[in-house]
Write a protein that binds this ligand. Structure first.
Ligand code: SIN
Length: 281
């Protein structure tokens, strides 16, 4: 159970006992007071996924909220979207070949320094319902492993490859003959602010674990991905309404967009914030 702080300037209603909370009493179209900002920051660390409903913001306000947490990220696939490089459009229609994020992943772990957080602002939801996003608590995913498994994972390093989702999955070539980022991160990381351990592999980007035979790496990753995909107590589920902004801590969560609404449409825009340091053990 998450430690519950006493907030003075916001109201926080948890979605589950350990991940996800709805935040009330905040209008993101207006400047935040210092107290509000520091309480939102604490709530984000506590609950990992914050949901702000009924927000009426334009792109500048969305980006300004993101910039309060750091520099905005430019997505490696941005060349295929066009438009504002700091805004990632998440658009699914009846003609879409895929919907972004329709599988368990942490955003852009192929980067040397992956985003520390992402803010998705959804303005159009499917008229038939659906289009929820699942979020998984990767502190708990680590804690639930046996001591023997924790010992085995300790010190292992994995390779994360952007070509997996972007080229093999979405079929979008990188710009100008370049290659998508490919970087190494520890299999178990430590959150730079909370000091807690995190299981840091995801089926979206993690290609293999170094220094193992390929069958050993495959077996270990498949087992860990199964643990993440089948342990329901890791999750909270965000049901979007138009004008909902959800802000997740990308260092200690994974998420999965559920594409259950074809042929209906859904639209949102995401900003991500560049991490302050490489994920470390
Ligand atoms: C993503 O950021 O992976 C997309 C999530 C969503 O559309 O719910």
């Amino acid at each position: 159970m998450t430690q519950v702080h006493d907030y003075q300037t916001i109201a926080v209603d948890s979605i589950t006992p350990h991940i996800g909370a709805e935040v009330h009493g905040v209008d993101l179209s207006k400047p935040l007071s210092n107290e509000q900002f520091s309480e939102i920051y604490q709530a984000w660390l506590d609950w990992k996924v914050l949901v702000f409903r009924d927000q009426h913001i334009d792109r500048e306000a969305h980006k300004a909220f993101g910039r309060k947490f750091g520099t905005l990220h430019v997505h490696p696939m941005q060349h295929s979207y066009g438009g504002d490089p700091e805004i990632l459009r998440v658009k699914t229609t009846k003609d879409s070949a895929y919907t972004a994020g329709n599988g368990w992943h942490t955003d852009v772990t192929c980067d040397e320094i992956p985003p520390l957080g992402s803010m998705l602002y959804v303005t159009e939801t499917p008229e038939c319902g659906g289009g929820d996003t699942l979020f998984a608590d990767m502190y708990l995913a680590y804690d639930l492993l046996s001591d023997k498994m924790k010992d085995m994972l300790d010190g292992l390093v994995a390779v994360h490859d952007g070509a997996m989702p972007y080229l093999s999955g979405y079929k979008v070539a990188p710009p100008d003959g370049s290659q998508y980022p490919r970087n190494e991160h520890p299999v178990v990381t430590t959150h730079p602010e909370t000091g807690k351990k995190i299981l840091y592999v995801n089926s979206g980007f993690t290609h293999h674990i170094k220094d193992l035979a390929s069958w050993e790496s495959r077996m270990l990753l498949d087992g860990l991905f199964k643990h993440i995909a089948e342990t329901q107590r890791l999750y909270c589920r965000v049901n979007w309404e138009p004008n909902t902004l959800t802000f997740w801590d990308n260092r200690c969560t994974q998420h999965h967009a559920v594409w259950d609404y074809w042929p209906h449409s859904r639209y949102g825009e995401r900003v991500s914030i560049v991490g302050a340091q490489r994920p470390a053990a």
